[in-house]
Ligand binder design. Structure first.
Ligand code: FES
Length: 145
């Protein structure tokens, strides 16, 4: 299957690969898996006191489209509020990356990862607890497949 130029660009030059300290109170961590293929995406956001996402990082073990989707959303969420980040739809990601129908689930993974990261951040703000089950999962590395 041929990947679009946009996917290849993000795949070859992924933005914001890495991780924050998941125990940092300003960080939210989302880790999601795709049942269809077993690929895994870990997306983290760093949120400032005004509730704006200042930075984001990801690690994805998955296909080129999953890596491109996560790379793209780390760019998109920067400078956005949590609610604005939650408004990002997988259809926007799929359109930006020109994903074919068979790769739509890769963009869904990215949307789910944002939602999970925001939910993690909010729940930890609410409880005041730094550690979560999600953040204790082993990190996964970007894949080359
Ligand atoms: Fe599963 Fe892309 S093939 S995330």
């Amino acid at each position: 299957m041929a990947y679009s130029e946009q996917v290849v660009d993000h795949y070859e030059n992924p933005r914001n690969v890495g991780a924050f300290d998941a125990n940092d109170a300003s960080v939210g961590t989302g880790m999601v898996g795709a049942p269809a293929c077993g690929d895994v995406m870990r997306l983290q956001i760093r949120v400032n006191a005004q509730g704006v996402i200042e930075d984001a990082k990801f690690k994805t073990y998955g296909c080129g489209s999953a890596i491109a989707s996560s790379s793209l959303v780390t760019e998109w969420v920067r400078g956005r509020t949590l609610d604005e980040a939650l408004a990002i739809k997988n259809s926007q990601i799929a359109e930006e990356l020109a994903l074919p129908p068979v790769k739509i689930h890769c963009s869904i993974l990215a949307e789910d990862a944002i939602k999970a990261a925001v939910a993690d951040f909010r729940s930890r703000q609410a409880t005041g607890e730094a550690a979560t089950l999600v953040s204790e999962q082993p990190a996964c590395a970007s894949s080359t497949r």
